[in-house]
Design a protein around this ligand. Structure first.
Ligand code: 9G3
Length: 571
């Protein structure tokens, strides 16, 4: 490809509304252009990278035995009504009517659609296992689309769905996808972790997220310093702490004028935050519940919601707190209230602790479980923190990272197949329900996450497998006969050698070309200039390491080809 006849609108200045580096660089490198909030044009360089990721995904999905199909983006409401999800989703599901006033939505995901396809076509145990996948644009009307392709409203997803005769077979399909995902993200050159994750709104029994480690990541994950354990903080299990061995001291009322937060109370009373119990009042499906946590811990609402198995869980408003405790916010405590109490496991080991006194400006000291109040139940309802003991092995500690979710795999069980009556006849001719799994990868998000992990002050540093081109030839002055002849010759040789090459033949100064080459992040650069040519040489620069090699013209193509083949060697 010749730069002068291509379409790479690079810009020097950083766009104002871009907050994360990948968004800034994808705009500056002319990879994407915003059409509307969360909706982007993929320009040539951005599209080439997207296609590289899609092809790696396609190869590994096919290798895992999955079969590619393509489902529509416009989906009839009926199937979503059959599964009950038409009512379940709000404005995030973009709905519209066709000319006959029939209701449709733009597809955010395709569980219902693929299950409807399978319930019509798969009727025997002999036809399973089967895994159908597609690579296709999804639409989710996010309230706050941001970070470029990282959180768009229209985005390209690979979504796969597996169908099996029973749970055991479904577990095998899940394992196959899990391994395929590891290969995909390794081939994309990403530093990632597969973490245990909550199944969220999709339901199902368990799930793993594939997280690219980056400080700009919206998710918090932990991984053990010793064993393989890793989990999204939403799901990460805390380890029960040791029990304090102290005799219960007499309960004491203590005035704490206007001291409401853990910090204010522990400072005022001269105690550690870890010897204060935080009492939170929540409404679970409109029923009040008290959550007790050690003062230095935070509530994990997903754990509590799963524990209570409720649909809605939210913090009680100030007026509800006042009504239930007789005190303003900041003085709530478990003593004397007849509301169900869920206490975190760490509270179970505490003795003689401080809590709110359920009266304005009053706290209690030396509170003890069972003597002063009864907890309905003890459970792990807190967020783990950096440094917590690993819940799996006794040696490691949990290290906290920020992550960008690029993939998510779910065991769905029979949630959709039951709702849509996707059944098959087993070997005894008995009707059974199929077991499902679903598996997603954000294609654009994978490119963006790769840039979050691979950039410097000059721009993007693409890992070769997903770079828009393998090599760029920066011809310093195409007006000079020998530079033009040599550049054209090398360009032709690359083409025949199967190296994807961009020839920068523009009538621009060298510095201008070098800045663009660094910005768009092509991994290898050949510089053709008259000075080096006079000695029969060209310069090869490795973008990632900054290494510069002086090579005889005749060896340049072979050297680049060798580096490209090495980088693309199958894992
Ligand atoms: C919706 C809307 C948004 C959604 C969903 C449904 C997320 C929804 C979860 C999934 C689960 C898996 C297959 C590929 C991998 C992920 N956001 N999810 O179901 F109607 Cl508006 O999509 N689906």
């Amino acid at each position: 490809m010749r730069y002068s006849h291509y379409f790479i609108p690079t810009v020097k200045e950083t766009p104002a509304d871009a907050e994360v580096i990948s968004h800034k660089l994808m705009l500056r490198a002319g990879m994407i252009r915003k059409l509307a909030a969360g909706i982007y044009n993929y320009l040539p360089l951005g599209l080439r990278s997207i296609r590289k990721v899609e092809n790696i995904v396609r190869e590994e999905m096919n290798r895992a035995g999955a079969i590619e199909i393509l489902m529509p983006g416009v989906l009839p409401a009926e199937l979503w009504q059959e599964s009950g999800r038409w009512e379940m989703y709000g404005k995030e599901l973009l709905r519209f009517k066709d000319r006959k006033d029939a209701e449709f939505c733009l597809g955010p995901t395709h569980e219902e659609i693929v299950t409807d396809l399978v319930r019509r076509e798969i009727k025997s145990y002999r036809q399973m296992p089967v895994n159908l996948y597609q690579i296709q644009a999804k639409f989710r009307d996010e309230i706050r689309p941001r970070f470029g392709l990282m959180r768009g409203r229209e985005f390209i997803m690979k979504d796969a769905y597996s169908f099996d005769v029973d749970e055991k077979a479904a577990d095998l399909s899940y394992e196959k996808m899990y391994r395929a995902y590891r290969r995909i993200f390794e081939r994309c050159g990403l530093n990632f972790r597969a973490v245990e994750a909550d199944t969220g709104s999709i339901g199902g029994s368990s799930s793993h997220e594939f997280m690219v480690l980056a400080d700009s990541g919206e998710d918090a994950i932990v991984s053990c310093s010793c064993c393989e354990y890793a989990a999204n903080v939403e799901k990460a299990e805390s380890r029960t702490v040791s029990t304090e061995h102290a005799d219960p001291r007499p309960l004491e009322r203590v005035a704490t004028p206007d001291k409401r937060t853990i910090e204010e109370v522990s400072d005022f009373l001269g105690v550690q935050a870890s010897s204060v119990v935080k009492t939170l009042i929540l409404m679970a499906d409109n029923e009040p519940v008290l959550a007790l946590l050690r003062g230095d811990h935070d509530l994990n609402e997903i754990k509590l919601k799963n524990l209570l198995d409720c649909t809605d869980l939210e913090m009680a408003g100030d007026e509800v707190v006042a009504k239930l405790t007789g005190a303003p916010v900041g003085f709530a405590g478990p003593v004397g209230l007849s509301i169900r109490i869920v206490a975190d496991l760490a509270v179970q080991g505490m003795r003689n602790f401080v809590t709110g006194g359920n009266a304005k400006d009053l706290h209690l000291k030396n509170v003890n479980i069972d003597r002063d109040f009864t907890a309905t139940r003890f459970a792990d309802i807190r967020n783990v923190v950096h440094g917590d003991q690993c819940p799996r092995c006794d040696a490691g500690i949990l290290e906290m990272w920020r992550g960008i979710e690029v993939g998510h795999v779910f065991k769905l069980g029979t949630k959709y197949s039951k709702a849509l009556k996707a059944t098959y006849l087993d070997a005894d001719g008995k009707e059974q329900i199929v077991f499902m799994g679903c598996y997603g990868i954000g294609i654009g998000r994978t490119v963006a996450a790769c840039i979050e992990q691979n950039h410097d002050e000059n721009g993007i540093i693409f890992p070769l497998p997903i770079a828009p081109f393998h090599c760029i030839i920066s011809a310093l002055n195409m007006k000079e006969e020998q530079v033009r002849v040599a550049s054209e010759a090398i360009y032709e040789q690359f083409a025949t050698a199967g190296v994807e090459v961009l020839l920068d033949d523009r009538d621009e100064r060298p510095g201008f070309k070098f800045k663009d080459a660094d910005l768009i992040g092509i991994p290898l650069r050949i510089v053709v200039g008259s000075k080096n040519l006079a000695e029969g040489n060209v310069e090869l620069k490795i973008r990632g390491t900054g290494e510069v090699l002086l090579l005889p013209v005749a060896e340049a193509v072979a050297k680049v080809k060798e580096i490209v083949d090495q980088a693309l060697k199958p894992v």
